[in-house]
Design a protein around this ligand. Structure first.
Ligand SMILES: [Zn+2]
Ligand SMILES: [Zn+2]
Length: 157
């Protein structure tokens, strides 16, 4: 088995701060991105979200005994789940027509020192709470952010 394959099949354990929500993800994420949209700010109770995007089949979504799902207004159709006990942002399920089902996991759900890729870009940068001083691409607006998002998903690998 090559090193690449080993990494692709690796399993990582995700957990919220109180430990009530636990699930496993298999393989490498399709994308890691930083999202500054107001919904992400609200949902993560942070200035922006740091999200890892997986194909839904790589994650066993926890049942509603552990996570309450809420659909925030505005497209796209994303169901955002947080821990019923501590309220931490735990998982987000994405349903786009014509797209593979995607599940997103906030970086905070991974253990310290987890093997994660570096973020690919900032999305909805115009909604930022504070400027970010880094070399990553910064996408503004719904359309450009969505396009960048799909481009990453389609053209990666
Ligand atoms: Zn967002
Ligand atoms: Zn919790």
């Amino acid at each position: 088995m090559s090193e690449n394959q080993a990494k692709t099949n690796a399993m990582q354990q995700c957990s919220c701060q109180c430990g009530h929500v636990q699930f496993e993800v298999v393989g490498a994420p399709r994308l890691r991105m930083l999202c500054h949209c107001t919904i992400c700010q609200q949902f993560n109770q942070a200035s922006h979200a740091d999200i890892l995007v997986y194909k839904s089949k790589n994650i066993k979504t926890p049942s509603d005994e552990f996570v309450t799902f809420k659909t925030y207004k505005a497209p796209p159709n994303v169901q955002r789940g947080s821990c019923v006990k501590c309220g931490q942002a735990a998982i987000e399920v994405f349903n786009f027509p014509l797209m593979p089902k995607l599940t997103m996991v906030p970086q905070g759900m991974f253990a310290d020192g987890a093997d994660l890729p570096v973020p690919a870009a900032h999305m909805f940068y115009e909604k930022r709470v504070a400027d970010v001083d880094d070399d990553l691409p910064k996408h503004n607006g719904f359309l450009k952010s969505q396009l960048a998002f799909f481009k990453f998903l389609w053209f990666k690998r």
